[in-house]
Ligand binder design. Structure first.
Ligand code: ADP
Ligand code: MG
Length: 262
C-alpha cells in the first residue's frame, strides 16, 4: 500500500514543486519506490523533471477524465517515476466541477499503483479549486511549505481552515505531516521573527521541519532538471532535505505524526 502525501499551499512560488521533487529524490535515495504526481496545469514538476510537457501524448488529465491507465502515462527520471501534467489539466478543473463521484477520481487513478510504490507525492497547484480539493481528499497526509515573509505567513490561517474543512467534510483521516519553512534567510530579522512565530503557533498542530535555506542553487538545479543533491551534493540545503525525507519516511512507516503538546 502506498502512502500518499500532498504538497499544498494555496499561494504560488512557495517552493511546493521544488520541495516535491527534492523530497521525492531523497526518499528514493532512502530506498523508497516513489511516484511523483504533477497535479498542477502549469506542469512545472514535469518540466523540472526534464520532461517536455507540451508534446506529451497523454498526461494525468487522460487518466482522470478518460480512465487511461496511469501505467501508460508514467515517465522516469533520476530513479523516480512521475505522472506528468500539462495545460490540459486546466480543463479538468471545469469538467470535474459537476462530475459525479469526483472525490474518487484521483483515488481511482492511483489505486492500481498502490503495490508498485511505497510513497506517492502529489504537487498541488497554487489555488483552492477542484484540483487541490481532489489532491487533499485523496491524500493520507499534507506537507505544507511556508515562506517566512509576514505577508505570506498571514495566508496560513486560510490554509489551515481549508485543511480543516476537508478533514471535517471529505477526508477525516487527513493529517498534516509537516510544516516546512522554505527560502529561509536567517540574516533577515523578519524571517527570524516568522520562524519563531511558526514554532510557537504551529508546533502543536504538526511537526516543524528543519528550515530549507534560501539558495539560488535551487533555481540553477531546476534549470538543469536536477534535484539539488545531484546538482551539488555538498550544498547546505541538502541536509535539511534529507532530514525531511527521514521524517516523512518515519511518518509513513509508523502512521504517527509527533506533535508538541502545549
Ligand atoms: N529554498 C529555496 N531558495 C531559493 N529559491 C527557491 C527555493 N525553493 C524554491 N525556490 C525557487 O522559487 C521559485 C518557485 O518555486 P516553486 O517550487 O516553483 O514554487 P511553487 O510550486 O510553490 O509555485 C522557483 O524559481 C524555485 O527555483
Ligand atoms: Mg508549483
Amino acid at each position: 500500500m502506498s502512502h500518499i502525501f500532498s504538497v499544498f499551499n494555496q499561494a504560488g512560488g512557495v517552493a511546493k514543486t521544488t520541495l516535491a521533487m527534492n523530497l521525492g529524490y531523497e526518499l528514493a535515495q532512502l530506498g523508497q519506490r516513489v511516484l511523483l504526481v504533477d497535479f498542477d496545469p502549469q506542469g512545472t514538476l514535469t518540466i523540472f523533471m526534464g520532461i517536455e510537457g507540451w508534446d506529451l501524448p497523454a498526461t494525468i488529465y487522460d487518466c482522470l477524465i478518460a480512465n487511461r491507465p496511469a501505467t501508460d502515462v508514467i515517465h522516469s527520471a533520476h530513479g523516480i517515476d512521475i505522472l506528468p501534467a500539462n495545460l490540459a489539466l486546466g480543463k479538468a478543473e471545469l469538467e470535474l466541477y459537476h462530475a459525479p463521484m469526483r472525490e474518487q477520481k484521483l483515488h481511482r487513478v492511483l489505486e492500481p499503483l498502490s503495490e508498485a510504490y511505497d510513497l506517492v507525492i502529489i504537487d498541488c497547484p497554487p489555488s483552492l479549486g477542484v484540483i487541490s480539493y481532489l489532491a487533499l481528499v485523496t491524500a493520507d497526509y499534507v506537507i505544507v511549505p511556508l515562506e517566512c515573509e509576514y505577508k505570506s505567513y498571514q495566508g496560513t490561517d486560510l490554509l489551515l481552515q481549508t485543511i480543516g474543512k476537508i478533514q471535517q467534510e471529505a477526508n477525516p483521516e487527513l493529517k498534516i505531516a509537516a510544516f516546512v519553512p522554505v527560502k529561509v534567510s536567517l540574516q533577515k530579522s523578519q524571517h527570524q521573527r516568522v520562524l519563531a512565530a511558526i514554532d510557537s503557533q504551529l508546533a502543536q498542530i504538526a511537526p516543524i521541519a528543519s528550515p530549507i535555506p534560501d539558495a539560488i542553487a535551487f533555481a540553477d538545479a531546476s534549470e538543469r532538471c536536477l534535484p539539488l543533491s545531484l546538482y551539488d551534493r555538498r550544498h547546505r540545503a541538502v541536509e535539511p532535505l534529507r532530514n525531511l525525507a527521514k521524517q516523512i519516511l518515519s511518518i509513513a512507516t509508523t502512521g504517527q505524526v509527533e506533535v508538541l503538546h502545549a
